[in-house]
Write a protein that binds this ligand. Sequence first.
Ligand SMILES: Cc1cc2nc3c(=O)[nH]c(=O)nc-3n(C[C@H](O)[C@H](O)[C@H](O)COP(=O)(O)OP(=O)(O)OC[C@H]3O[C@@H](n4cnc5c(N)ncnc54)[C@H](O)[C@@H]3O)c2cc1C
Length: 536
Amino acid sequence: MKQSCEVAIVGSGFAGSLLARVLAVLGYDVMLLERGTHPRFAIGESSTPLANLSLERIGIRYGLEDCYQLATHGRWLARFPELRRGLKRGFTFYRHHPDQPFANRGLESERLLVAASPHDFLSDTHWLRADVDHHFVRQAVAVGVDYRDHVELSAAEISPDLVRLTGKRDGEVIDLRANFVIDASGPAGFLAQQLSIASGLERTQTRSALVYSHFDGVRLMDDVVPGLREGPYPDDWAAVHHVIDEGWMYTLRFDHGVTSAGFLLTPRGIASLNSSMTGDPDQLWHALLDRYPTLADAFAVATPMMPIGFRPLIQHRLTRAAGDRWALMPHAYAFVDPLFSTGIAWSLRAVERLALAFETAKNRRRTPDAEALARYNSQLGKEADKIDLVVAGAYEAMAHFDLFAAQAMLYFAAVSFAEASQRLKPSDDVAWNGFLGVGDSVLDPLPGESLARLRAITKSRSETGSSDDRQAFVDWIGRAIAPRNIAGLADPARGNLYPVDFDALIEGHALLAMTRDRLIEALPSLRGMTPQPSFT
Ligand SMILES: Cc1cc2nc3c(=O)[nH]c(=O)nc-3n(C[C@H](O)[C@H](O)[C@H](O)COP(=O)(O)OP(=O)(O)OC[C@H]3O[C@@H](n4cnc5c(N)ncnc54)[C@H](O)[C@@H]3O)c2cc1C
């Protein structure tokens, strides 16, 4: 094994291997060091429009055709049918109550569907991570990244002159010198331990536990709840969220019939369960299903494809994301919760930012300059706070579906505005734009204010408040997001079913600081009607 390289990347999830590959394309000598091996199971599977926009930009900027093709379900299927994935048309939410089947009451149903794409071809995807991550590693190797698996690193020393990583591989000693190290090793990762980076978990509000697996034979909601009012897409081809008293459950369906599913349980939710259950994930899983008849129906003949897993606390947060000669990828720095699927998009945004920081480096060793690292550190900190506030608000709002559906509009307003702005007005450094409204004078303060308003209603005890309290919150959300609401959100006339609405976008041209004609002219870029770039 080599004893020196320019950039060492620790961890070969998609984030580590994609960044390694981009840096290799930029001419860096890169080593990618993985503790395990590929293919391997991973959770964190549901992509979003902002994730795909990043992937597309990475593909175009660095000439990585597969990234461009993998950025929509239609192109993925046409070019990489062997990489397993699932159609994700949007975000579906239901509220279930203990011992009652889901109440299919037409417009009054506790059901919310928000489309993320106008049709299947342009749809987002659920990534079967075993296939996708393996693909990105192979592609990194193909452009010259020196990839090593089964690496056990035991120490990192960072001095003003160099980075030194030591460890073992197959009994052989590793002693590697690099100019820069990137930690893409995920939660409680490598550098956090080596550099003793302090935890910042106390500044975050969200707390949840996870029970999860992959399943075969999960039935469609359309089958277990007949007569659902037609929505903007078939309910199940989405990131499906089942809100329950104890927290919520996700189900992500892959095209080959497997479903990734997990319950996220709040501390109060856990406390309401028999404590002996948390020692037995299988028992916990079945106890939760048994409380909710519609979920029990959906999983009646489902079989887990691997043992059901349990993690008592999934949140983590550090106090620094970068320093001289090192940087953490977002998942190594902080994780909040799967709610609203922020992880892949945030990680890909960081791949773009760090790649730009290397591209624009002015120092002799061509590693990110101090200002770029400070900017990266500060941006990730603010974004981790924002994700936490939006998600913590959503947990608070689970007390009543009207509150929850309104709180969700905060997330959808921020991401739809960002997507439209980035697609309609692309620029070279758009990747530095704040994620989830960070730095936006309208959106930035809203998640904090929303959480405070929600807590005033719920008293932090899941109280539902009066119907006047709830209506006041719903009205406030509508007013608060109005300056960024280019997607026709928070509209009672929609009955909680939101298609992608190009008319609303055209009407909202002024919010994007565009004339109506200019916006209509630019629409093909949103409809996926622009010609495919050429990749040589
Ligand atoms: C329950 C759950 C559900 C989620 N759902 C979603 C979702 O629906 N949508 C979404 O966008 N995001 C989701 N996420 C977030 C998503 O998982 C992460 O954003 C994503 O996995 C980040 O990818 P990564 O490549 O940075 O790291 P990882 O996927 O964590 O990969 C880290 C890699 O580093 C390796 N490694 C670890 N330690 C070492 C070491 N010491 N040395 C060498 N290698 C090491 C590991 O083996 C692994 O291969 C979810 C997360 C959780 C926990």
